[in-house]
Design a protein around this ligand. Structure first.
Ligand code: PDD
Length: 277
């Protein structure tokens, strides 16, 4: 497998990563996951724009432009002959002896990326999955796509141990998002989702879905709702780069609506599939 690191394309076993990388010590960095369909990057501009924004929010300058990042991703797709899969790209604040404050003099951020085959989750999309409410113990900058994912990892593990595919974060009595996805409920034909504040990641798939809703004529309310409201929804679904639009049919063992993927969810899945490369 060919990876990208520090300006070069290198075989995975030739990679040279410093143990002093601040990604290891502090999770001090940002990342993106970009989907590849039919050998083509999907919504790459949006993902790398968000990467640059995440970096700016943690006062880090990425040594590549949005266009250069897209070129790196494209080359990884070609060199690794990816048809359906994804790109993972992360940038850390660089390698330096372990001190909390930024290195001074500054060091170059370390950019690492790879491309990997990954099939669409067609079974989950057709059948739906179950989820579990978990208390949101994350920090207050969930809008940053940071490498610091310990709370997300623990939440996902808790969900998995309960036989669920995803954890739904609840903060101060309101549904936020999933541990690695955004959450949507549908009630009386209206789609509800948490507004894009500092408390959630404004998913690129979330933004695509909101646009598709407006094109199809489905009403959307970006309003926070409670776990009790969630259980009374007619339909529920989650979105992410890898999960696309996946119905959530069971939460904490409670059936949502009919317990089957809902009509609006299916409409959005079809609309999503239609606009993929
Ligand atoms: N996760 N919320 C969180 C906390 C996420 O980690 C993700 C994505 C999303 C959905 O964002 P998008 O639609 O841009 O993929 C929402 C990625 C896929 C991951 O960490 O693997």
């Amino acid at each position: 497998m060919i990876y990208f690191i520090d300006g070069k394309f290198t075989d995975k076993d030739q990679l040279n990563i410093s143990v002093d990388d601040r990604g290891y010590y502090f999770g001090d960095g940002v990342y993106e996951v970009v989907k590849v369909y039919n050998g083509e990057l999907y919504t790459a501009e949006e993902h790398f724009e968000r990467l640059l924004q995440s970096a700016a929010k943690i006062k880090m300058t990425i040594p590549y432009s949005q266009q250069q990042l897209i070129e790196i991703a494209k080359e990884l797709v070609e060199r690794n002959k990816i048809d359906t899969g994804h790109i993972y790209l992360q940038v850390t604040r660089g390698a330096s002896l372990r001190i909390h404050q930024f290195p001074d003099p500054s060091v170059l951020p370390v950019v690492t990326a790879y491309a990997i085959p990954n099939e669409r989750p067609l079974k989950n999309m057709a059948e739906g999955v179950s989820a579990k409410f978990v208390e949101d113990v994350r920090w207050l900058r969930c809008d940053i796509k940071s490498l610091n994912l310990l709370a997300n990892v623990l939440a996902k593990q808790e969900a998995f141990e309960d036989g669920c595919a995803e954890a739904i974060f609840v903060r101060d009595g309101f549904v936020m998002e999933g541990s690695s996805s955004n959450m949507f409920g549908v009630k009386d034909g209206v789609v509800y989702t948490h507004p894009a504040t500092n408390l959630i990641l404004n998913g690129i798939t979330r933004q695509v879905i909101l646009k598709l809703c407006s094109e199809i004529g489905i009403q959307v309310k970006e309003t926070a709702f409670t776990p009790e409201d969630a259980l009374k929804m007619d339909e529920f679904f989650m979105t992410s780069t890898t999960a696309e639009v996946t119905p959530v049919i069971l939460i904490d063992g409670n059936q949502i609506g009919s317990g089957q993927p809902g009509e609006i969810t299916k409409k959005l899945q079809e609309a999503f599939s239609r606009q993929m490369p």
